[in-house]
Design a protein around this ligand. Structure first.
Ligand SMILES: [Zn+2]
Length: 1009
């Protein structure tokens, strides 16, 4: 039950009641004095004149007559209709709210208002209208919603129904920092609790995984001043129906004196009903003005009459004055910052541009940097009571319209705030529609070919598998029918089916009032292709010649299968364009399709080029010569050809992997390739993989601890790749590390010198492991001591507490990586279960790699000369098995590869071997064994062979694999014999029979966490 206390109503303005006007008019009915941050219920009876439209609005002004943005209540639901008499409106007054003005608006005759009453709400449940008892069309307390509707449950109770892609967010609820709260009994689960600071800026969240059915009590963090409940889509928890929710105080927080802030000379102005990202833009400016200057700047819903500097936020203010800028920005989420007299305008052609512009305004006028996602130290800035906004003359249209920082979505941490501030707009972190819109994210869709087809009800798997088996890829004469499987590129009707799937996606967005512009269709992550008769038929090329297939696998004939795929995609494009002639489709130029097809892509297709597997990340793809991977030149040629085909009218995108497991300066190489894309005039999307979460990990560090500067630099380069990455690195160091900038810059410069040193021969990709990187670029060049010294010195010099914490994290990462040299962890790759015996499987690329086999020497004659028959070993695992792959180059007539494994020193050795012809050998405790548990497979090629082993951990009987972490000892060797000469080689250069010392073995670690 609500407790409602009547309060004294002060009538300050004589209301004009019941006076009729001939046309649309706003009428002040009454004004009430109110208290700040207080909940009220306004109730009244109204008689709407027959056939006239009327509504009411509330304005809660400050003592000096200003209208704060959050003091205006004029939502669509505030209607006075002819069939209804009693109305209520529950609301919270703003922090400095003083005077409530109640007004009506009408077309035609004004409604009669009677029994007007204002009461304070002193219910212990802090939520306004959390049980929807205000009535079926009263959205009091729930003014922020999308695809959510008040309706009745089957039992006839009022509920708020929210579609999976919609959201329903409560109005802000004031809370005490550090206090404990609980949900009221029966609160609907599934939502999230958003944390807002004093400036109504969202700074974090609780219950990221969804509020559970019996939620625990929770303590709001020290930065919290308000909370909001967000019931919306989300992958982990969907709640279409909210029946009731409430929050009560359990225990007061620590008593803190209320902070007082002087007034900042100026104001921020937002148009009423601004988009979520525009509101965020205003709140960001408000928040950082307070943080930096220690002064308070209001966000107003209308400009004041004061002659103070005003910051006008949003597209709505730009129309008259900056039409030319809007034209430049049109079709993008770029931004402009402009000055006019004393005033500043921040806007984009789209609401998202306004947010990105607001961040730029702050960065250009202070030393603020969003160095990494983690709060509180992720943002670094100096206090400056004299903060003024002088720099505001910039316009920037992003080079890449779609900018993705891709990484797994995590449960406990909101990286989306950083991503939005960094101007990334299609991140999966922004999957929640409320937060996506707030952070400036664009609607985006990406899926594999068959998944797109199966979206169409007529082609869902159950039906297609029976009615259209020909849609699925034929492998070894049999259709491989499985959900979301590989497709046949020539099946009649398949292009039309895929186009239909894509049209249905766009329509789905349209039905929600959203324009989907970024669509990406791709093959699955594999080399598998259809080898049916029609797919293998020669392809007729535009010049009349025929492209004949040279092999049955895409690995051996990339050109043919790439052309085959694009031939189908061109049909999809033509079909799709019948409905949507202006939407570009992005298609993967990935795996075999990385080879430019023999026919051009349709103009509406944008190939997303992906140099995987695998170009080195140390040099641009365009520097094939400098690439230490043997395929370097090949990647350069492919990329150049794609660039040649790109013009302002024919777009190109890139799927990029510029991240490694340790310290690097990867942004340098990325920039060169991205700049080349910009120069074609047709740069479209940049997908940057590896943007992992900044969530605190059990190990203490995460990738942001060693590559935050590179991620920051690359997010800038996605907007403009003509920027100099080293200049950006200097800027990062200056802003993030302040007093310690010289040491930190020297640190990264030393990393950069090794990273870009052509004399250090080492191919690096995103799977290269931390110990290898640390060893190659830090230990071997002799920099370990110096680099560590610089970090220690920097840590001592840093004065800004956030800078200090950032540096401490870098130092911790450095020390953990140094320690990792002692241990080699076998990567856990779930797909290895299925793909271990496919020599070209891309999953083998993620395995741990060993090479540099040495000729076996005698114990007293250790020379360690490199083997003349190079051997490359890859090791990976799944839950139960160890997988080892040997690539034995320059193979001899009689040639075999060998592994010895033992659980620990002095325990029983197990020997496994495969020869070039596929014959297997094994021994246990140096005696013939005939172990049945393990399996081997060999693929012989003209000059080399690939031997793959599957060894169940359980077959090593002395191995205790029950714990979360265990070690095993291994040796890798190779024996070549025959008339061309013999050679025994091994990874460490010792004979496989030597067992005495630990250093004859390679220790491998299995870490299950
Ligand atoms: Zn086929």
């Amino acid at each position: 039950m609500r407790q409602v206390l009547a309060v004294r109503l002060a009538v300050l303005v004589a209301g004009v009641m019941g006076v009729a006007f001939a046309s649309a008019a706003t009428v002040s009915v009454k004004a009430f004095e109110v208290e700040p941050l207080t909940r009220y219920r306004l109730s009244f009876d109204a008689e709407a004149a027959r056939g006239s439209e009327a509504s009411w609005l509330l304005q809660i002004r400050t003592a000096s007559g200003l209208l704060p943005y959050e003091g205006l209540f004029d939502a669509d639901w505030q209607k006075i209709s002819s069939g209804k008499r009693a109305y209520t409106h529950d609301f919270l007054t703003p922090r400095d709210g003083h005077l409530l003005k109640f007004e009506t608006e009408s077309e035609g005759e004004n409604p009669q208002i009677e029994a007007l009453k204002l009461e304070k709400i002193e219910d212990e449940n802090l939520l306004l209208n959390g049980d929807f008892s205000a009535g079926p069309d009263n959205y009091s307390g729930w003014n922020t919603h999308f695809l959510a509707e008040l309706t009745e449950s089957d039992e006839g109770n009022p509920v708020l129904k929210c579609e999976a892609s919609g959201y329903a967010v409560t109005d802000p609820i004031p809370v005490q920092a550090g206090a404990t709260y609980r949900f009221t009994e029966g609160s609907s689960p599934g939502g999230r609790l958003l944390i807002y600071d004093r400036d109504l800026l969202r700074v974090g969240m609780l219950f990221e995984g969804g509020i559970p059915a019996s939620p625990p009590e929770f303590v709001v963090p020290p930065e919290a001043a308000f909370i909001r409940l967000d019931y919306s889509d989300g992958r982990s928890a969907r709640l279409p129906v909210i029946s009731q929710v409430g929050i009560e105080l359990v225990k007061e927080g620590p008593v803190e004196p209320e902070e007082k802030f002087a007034a900042y000379p100026g104001e921020i102005v937002l148009k009423p009903h601004s988009a979520l990202s525009e509101v965020r833009a205003a709140r960001e400016i408000q928040h950082w003005v307070r943080e930096i200057s220690g002064q308070e700047i209001p966000v107003l819903a209308e400009p004041s009459q004061d002659q103070n500097p005003k910051i006008f936020v949003g597209t709505g203010w730009a129309g008259e004055n900056f039409a030319a800028d809007l034209k430049v920005l049109d079709g993008s989420d770029g931004y402009a910052l402009r000055k006019k007299g004393n005033d500043i305008y921040v806007f984009g052609a789209r609401p998202s541009g306004t947010l990105f512009g607001a961040i730029r305004l702050l960065e250009d006028n202070s030393d603020l940097i969003f160095a990494r996602p983690q709060s509180p130290f992720g943002a670094v800035y100096s206090k400056n009571p004299k903060l003024v906004f002088e720099q505001a003359d910039t316009i920037l249209r992003p080079t890449f319209l779609y900018r993705m920082g891709h990484g797994p979505v995590t449960e406990g941490f909101d990286d989306g705030i950083w991503q939005g501030r960094a101007g990334l707009n299609t991140s999966p972190r922004l999957y929640n529609n409320f937060r996506r819109r707030e952070m400036g994210g664009a609607p985006a869709f990406e899926s594999s070919f068959m998944s797109i087809i199966e979206r169409v009800p007529e082609f869902e798997f159950a039906k297609t598998s029976v009615e259209h088996p020909e849609f699925y890829a034929m492998v070894n004469g049999k259709r491989e029918i499985r959900p979301k499987g590989y497709i046949c590129y020539t099946a009649p009707g398949i292009a039309e089916a895929m186009a239909e799937g894509l049209v249905s996606v766009v329509k789905e967005y349209e039905s929600r009032g959203e324009k989907l512009e970024f669509l990406h269709a791709r093959t699955r992550d594999g080399w598998l292709v259809c080898t049916c008769e029609t797919c293998m038929a020669p392809i007729l090329l535009p010049d009349g010649t025929k492209l004949e297939p040279k092999a049955l696998t895409s690995e051996k004939d990339e050109l043919f299968f790439s052309t085959r795929m694009v031939q189908m995609l061109n049909q999809v494009s033509a079909e799709f364009a019948k409905t949507y002639p202006d939407i570009l489709l992005t298609v993967g130029a990935y795996i075999y399709a990385s080879t430019p097809p023999a026919i051009p892509h349709d103009k509406l297709l944008t190939p997303m080029f992906c140099a995987y597997p695998s170009a080195s990340l140390r040099v641009p793809i365009l520097d094939g010569e400098g690439n230490d991977f043997s395929a370097g030149k090949e990647w350069e040629n492919k990329f150049r050809e794609y660039l040649k085909r790109t013009t302002a009218g024919r777009k190109i995108s890139m799927f990029d992997y510029h991240y490694v497991g340790g310290f690097s300066t990867v942004a340098d190489a990325a920039r060169e390739d991205w700049l080349a894309m910009k120069k074609t005039g047709g740069a479209y999307q940049m997908h940057l993989d590896g943007m992992g979460s900044d969530e605190a990990k059990a190990s203490g560090i995460n990738p942001w601890d060693y590559d935050a500067p590179e991620k920051w630099i690359m997010s800038r380069l996605m907007w403009d790749p003509s920027l100099d990455p080293q200049k950006l690195r200097e800027e990062y160091c200056q802003r993030a590390y302040q007093e310690a900038a010289p040491e930190m810059l020297e640190f990264y410069n030393l990393i950069r010198a090794a990273w870009s040193n052509p004399d250090i021969k080492a191919a690096v990709n995103c799977h290269t492991k931390a110990p290898e990187l640390f060893n190659t670029f830090i230990v071997k060049p002799g920099n370990e001591k110096k680099l560590r010294g610089l970090l220690v010195k920097a840590e001592g010099k840093a004065k800004n507490p956030h800078s200090k914490m950032l540096i401490q994290r870098v130092l911790l990462a450095f020390e953990q990586q140094a320690a990792s040299l002692q241990r080699v962890s076998i990567p856990f790759i779930p797909e290895s279960t299925k793909e271990w015996d496919i020599p070209g499987s891309t999953f083998w690329l993620q395995a741990l790699k060993f090479d540099g086999f040495k000729k076996v020497s005698t114990w007293n004659n250790f020379e360690g000369a490199p083997s003349e028959h190079p051997t490359f070993v890859s090791v990976m695992r799944d839950q139960d098995n160890l997988y080892v792959r040997f690539d034995a180059q320059k193979a001899g007539q009689s040639d075999r590869v060998e592994i010895v494994i033992q659980a620990k020193r002095h325990s029983i050795p197990y020997y496994f071997a495969l020869d070039r012809k596929g014959k297997s050998y094994d021994m246990k405790n140096n005696a013939p064994w005939g172990g049945l548990a393990w399996t081997g497979k060999v693929q012989d090629e003209p000059d080399h062979y690939v031997a793959m082993f599957r060894i169940p951990f359980s077959s090593i009987e002395t191995l205790d694999s029950s714990g979360s972490k265990f070690d095993l000892m291994a040796k890798f060797a190779r024996l070549v014999s025959g008339k061309d000469g013999s050679e025994e080689s091994s990874l460490l250069g010792f004979s496989i029979t030597r067992t005495h010392y630990n250093n004859y073995w390679t220790k491998l670690t299995v870490e299950k966490d």
